[in-house]
Design a binder for this molecule. Structure first.
Ligand SMILES: Cc1ncc(COP(=O)(O)O)c(C=O)c1O
Length: 382
């Protein structure tokens, strides 16, 4: 007799991760020559030229396993961040480190406090471990750190903080988080997910690393997937007390970070000017898109990252599908509970222009003309 395979009940309600649609798939589905992807907050530019050269040379050694301890990269990162190598862990993307933290820390019934909406991985890994998700809604698109404090109880094990927050691009400030850390019990892990750290301009932005000395319960996560343009290689890292790092190391797979990723990250850290250049391009793209949204009468959430949440006052799924047919991939806001928004990654100048033209076509929005009385006509879609 056939018996159904029984999987753990924790995974029954988990949803399969839905990534941004790949370019090749959209090209073939809609028979398009040119498709742009502004859906996954990737860097629109390739890895640094020196990084590409180094990888080409290194590939001939792929018959060997990678360095399990990421020795060279950790030395370089330690210097770059002014921390000790014993305070570093490297992962197959920072997503892997998030998962390893959950694996090391959560047992069934433990609670995690999670901002909502935020990075989709936090609730997934919590539920995977049989943990309980305590969602704290954003207030005016920002983390409500006070409300997060109010939700702490004896079962709280982890608090996820996403700064800048994905999908809103908003940040919380030094003053807010210092008060938060002072009040949060020290046996709760506080995760600062700083995937977009390098893009931030606001001087009220807290650098999570500054709190590691006084708060042994803090772990900071960063990635090479964004400004360094290495998303396809999968590499990110965590910085924390030796105790936290050791716990994560115990549950880490051997050889989790491939050799090309390790080398690419190590080489890329040399090129600080290139990081600055890409940040500047991002700022220019942001300024262009803000101007366009303003002239189209569209509301957007000012961002500190490389993506923008825009309210089109129009069904987000429909906008997503209409743009897809024009070869423009964005993220529909409904997956985050924003049913009339889309989230778009800031692209190259030509990608940003193509997006705005596409938006005007699908949403029928036109630039606002100031009327003779000097009063702007109402923002509208036709
Ligand atoms: C907030 C946040 N954290 C982590 C990640 C994952 O980055 P990685 O590619 O390093 O796994 C992302 C990716 O989009 C993100 O938005």
């Amino acid at each position: 007799m056939d018996k159904a395979i029984l999987f753990r009940e924790e995974i029954e309600d988990l949803k399969i991760y839905e990534p941004g649609r790949p370019i090749s798939e959209v090209k073939s589905e809609f028979r398009l020559e040119e498709v742009i992807k502004l859906a996954s907050n990737e860097c629109p530019y390739p890895p640094f030229p020196e990084t590409i050269e180094a990888i080409k040379e290194d590939i001939s050694e792929a018959n060997r396993y990678p360095d399990n301890g990421c020795f060279v990269l950790k030395e370089k990162l330690a210097e770059h961040l002014n921390v000790k190598t014993q305070n570093l862990v490297v992962g197959n993307g920072s997503s892997e480190i998030l998962r390893l933290i959950a694996l090391a820390a959560l047992k069934p019934g433990d609670e995690a406090i999670i901002p909502h909406p935020s990075f989709i991985v936090y609730p997934t890994i919590t539920k995977l471990m049989g943990g309980v998700e305590r969602k704290v809604p954003l207030e005016n698109y920002r983390h409500s750190l006070n409300e997060m404090l109010n939700r702490i109880n004896d079962k709280t094990k982890i608090i996820f903080l996403c700064n800048p927050n994905n999908p809103t691009g908003t940040i919380f400030y030094k003053s807010e988080v210092e008060n938060f850390l002072d009040k949060a019990p020290r046996n709760i892990l506080v995760i600062f997910d700083e995937a977009y750290f390098e893009y931030v301009n606001d001087n009220r932005y807290p650098n999570g690393i500054d709190y590691l000395k006084n708060f042994k319960n803090v772990i900071v996560l960063r990635t090479f997937s964004k400004i360094y343009g290495l998303a396809g290689l999968r590499i990110g890292y965590g910085i924390a007390s030796k105790k936290i790092i050791e716990a994560i190391e115990k549950v880490r797979e051997p050889f989790n970070v491939n050799m090309l990723a390790q080398l690419a990250a190590t080489v890329s850290l040399e090129y600080k000017d290139e990081v600055e250049r890409r940040k500047k391009f991002n700022e220019e793209g942001k300024t262009y898109l803000y101007q366009q949204f303003e002239s189209l009468g569209l509301e957007y959430v000012p961002t500190e990252a490389n993506f923008i949440l825009v309210d089109l006052k129009r069904d987000s799924r429909k906008t997503f599908e209409d743009l897809l047919k024009l070869g423009i991939i964005v993220r529909p806001g409904d997956i985050f509970g924003y049913n009339t928004h889309i989230r778009l990654t800031i692209g190259t100048p030509s990608e940003n222009k193509k997006f705005i033209e596409g938006l005007q076509r699908v949403a029928g929005c036109r630039s606002q003309v100031t009327s003779r009385t000097g009063v702007s006509p109402v923002k509208k879609f036709q």
